[in-house]
Ligand binder design. Structure first.
Ligand code: NAD
Length: 286
């Protein structure tokens, strides 16, 4: 899909970071935008920008882990803007910065509900519109660098992101004979709000979060947004960009896991994360 003029692009989690930057980038290409976030106030800045640009838009606040709300959103987008051409399932939460035994299992479940099931519901609700009239259309599902390799403190996150990757690869097989392209996006460290805010007040390990963020979240969301759009235009299945993403991806393809693990741990230590990483290592929180 090369041209987005007057195409209907739906993006979840568009209130911040990669989702917001990609919405603005699509708007610059002349697309109509359907945007979602958890709370309507999260979308205020984006809506103001779309209005300023004179872009047709539709905005709806709901939690992407609510299956019925997602189905309703897809119907509402069609009613308000027309049949959807691009769905980008982007909404996601960060790991809370705890090791596996310290992360409440409820948070793990929530992680799967938002970061995995949110993607499944979005893809399922919008794909019938994408398939209409055999038009050119695209599914953009955001996984992560941690959908390619695991990491310390990322057990639930990597589980959800690996699941998204498997989902993306499998639907790409099923849609092979259609005009719908599937794009599995694996950003490295992108400088966004992820991990600094938990949308429901979940207590995050801000010490690890802050250190991890300042060490690795370097690439701007605008750079990632441009890379996503270019990837869609080039029909690239895997879109890998952002701090550490490409080198990690090449490493994963070429090296045995134990070697990658060693390199990543050494790198985290060099970044000053050793102490905070080892603090709650497999000690059950009281
Ligand atoms: N920032 C990174 O380094 C990075 C790296 C790899 C992958 N990602 C992925 O990119 C996506 C976007 O993250 P970001 O870095 O832009 O973070 P962000 O926090 O800046 O933006 C995420 C947006 O999603 C919204 N959101 C969260 N839960 C939601 C829910 N249940 N329903 C609806 N909206 C919800 C948030 O309110 C927020 O506006 C996520 O899936 C994330 O896992 C980010």
């Amino acid at each position: 899909m090369k041209n987005f003029k007057n195409k209907v692009v739906a993006i979840t989690g568009a209130g911040s970071g990669i989702g917001k930057a990609t919405a603005i980038e699509f708007a610059k290409h002349g697309a109509k935008l359907a945007v979602n976030d958890y709370k309507i106030e999260n979308l205020a800045e984006l809506i103001a920008e779309l209005k300023r640009m004179g872009i047709a838009y539709y905005a709806e606040a709901f939690d992407v882990s609510d299956k019925n709300a997602m189905e309703q959103f897809a119907e509402n987008v069609k009613k308000n803007l027309g049949s959807t051409d691009v769905i980008m399932n982007n909404a996601g939460i960060a790991p809370m910065g705890a090791n596996f035994l310290n992360e409440p299992i409820e948070y793990f479940e929530k992680m799967m509900n938002i970061n995995f099931w949110g993607v499944v519901y979005g893809t399922r609700s919008f794909t019938p519109q994408l398939l209409e009239n055999n038009k050119e259309a695209a599914i953009i599902n955001i996984s992560s660098l941690f959908g390619l390799v695991g990491n310390h403190g990322h057990v639930s996150y990597a589980s959800a992101k690996f699941a998204v990757r498997g989902f993306n690869e499998s639907i790409a097989f099923e849609l092979h004979k259609t005009n719908v392209t599937v794009h599995s996006v694996h950003p490295g460290g992108i400088k966004t709000n992820i991990g600094l805010v938990a949308n429901d007040g979940t207590k995050m390990n801000l010490e690890l979060g802050d250190k991890f963020h300042s060490a690795y979240l370097k690439t701007t969301p605008e750079t990632m947004a441009k890379s996503i759009i270019k990837g869609v235009q080039k029909k690239k299945f895997r879109i890998v960009d952002g701090e550490r993403a490409l080198e990690a991806y090449i490493g994963i393809l070429l090296l045995p896991f134990n070697m990658i693990k060693k390199i990543m741990i050494k790198d985290s230590y060099k970044k000053g994360l050793k102490e905070v990483m080892e603090k709650d290592l497999f000690i059950k929180a009281k």
